[in-house]
Ligand binder design. Structure first.
Ligand code: GLN
Length: 303
């Protein structure tokens, strides 16, 4: 399969089409991002790689970081995780509060904000220096010592993060947040604030396409069975209330962020990351969705 040709063709097609949607307005610091950025990076488990457009530019990865926090918490806690968080799609917006009352403070899955906030709480309980240890984990899995939080973006999100503050306190009222809410939220805002390029994200999560092993040195990061389950949760919950649509159109485990990035994993083959800041009404990148749909249709290698 000539991936370079297919990717070039799709990139040019989408670049010439109308770029619909809106850049996020949730986080003031992100609302000024140039909406015309468009980057793609593709990397196989055999180290073939191709990049297009703004693939080396860093952007705010937002919820894509939740794949790393889940991986680390799951690595440490194993199946005890699932006492605190479910594995069902929520069918509601990423920042929704509605199900938590009926579910008694157990978030539906680790990728909606409620679930990711509980994952931060777990990491705070388990790690000596939670934020630093989390960064070390991300740097290790990426072979990239430059990964860091963006205090500017984290502060900006905190200034308008009323829903996340409400979510955290609401969950705490059910006893499913064990640490101080402020500490949990600071960690959450920091992990969402990380800035990486399509290339860096693609490298970082390549272990999920490689049965849990880091491609550069073959070290096992997460065991095979847990890798399978992380991919399964990405498949069913990675794009919030558009997860069904994403599976219908794209068919791969994926994770989006309101910075406009989407990460997709093809187990045993490759990772592909698309970044375009304009979002559809569900908070997922408009061009990212389109690109990945065309990609799996043209390579017709999923189902
Ligand atoms: N930091 C964002 C929030 O909590 C992440 C949401 C997202 O990327 N979908 O609202």
């Amino acid at each position: 399969m000539n991936y370079r040709e297919i990717l070039t063709d799709i990139y040019e097609t989408i670049k010439n089409e109308e770029n619909k949607g809106q850049v996020t307005s949730f986080i003031p610091e992100l609302s000024g991002v140039n909406p015309e950025h468009f980057g793609v990076f593709f990397k196989t488990v055999n180290n073939d790689e191709f990049g297009f457009g703004s693939f080396n530019d860093k952007f705010s990865i937002q919820s894509i970081a939740k794949v790393a926090s889940l991986s680390l918490a799951y690595k440490i806690l194993g199946k005890r995780m699932w006492k605190r968080i479910g594995v069902e799609p929520s069918g509601t917006a990423f920042n929704s509060l509605v199900q938590l009352e009926a579910d008694k403070g157990i978030p539906r899955n680790p990728f909606i904000n409620a679930g990711a906030i509980v994952v931060c709480d777990i990491l705070i309980s388990q790690l000596d220096n939670p934020q630093q240890d989390f960064l070390s984990f991300m740097r290790y899995i990426s072979d990239n010592p430059s990964i860091k939080f963006s205090p500017k973006i984290a502060k900006s999100e905190k200034s308008t993060g009323f829903r996340n503050i409400a979510l955290c306190n609401f969950i705490k009222s059910f006893g499913n947040i064990k640490n101080d809410s402020e500490e949990v939220l600071d960690f959450y805002f920091n992990l969402c604030s990380i800035e990486m390029s399509c290339r860096e994200i693609s490298n970082c999560f390549l272990f999920l396409a490689n049965q849990g092993r880091k491609v550069s040195d073959n070290k096992q990061i997460i065991n095979k069975s847990r890798t399978k389950r992380i991919n399964a949760i990405m498949q069913t919950c990675g794009l919030y209330d558009e997860s069904g649509e994403f599976t219908f159109k794209v068919g791969l485990p994926g994770k989006s962020g309101i910075g406009g990035g989407i990460l997709a994993i093809h187990p045993n083959k490759h990772t592909i990351v698309v970044w375009s800041p304009k979002l559809n009404s569900k908070g997922n990148s408009y061009r990212g969705m389109k690109f990945l749909e065309l990609f799996t249709t043209k390579t017709s290698s999923i189902f």
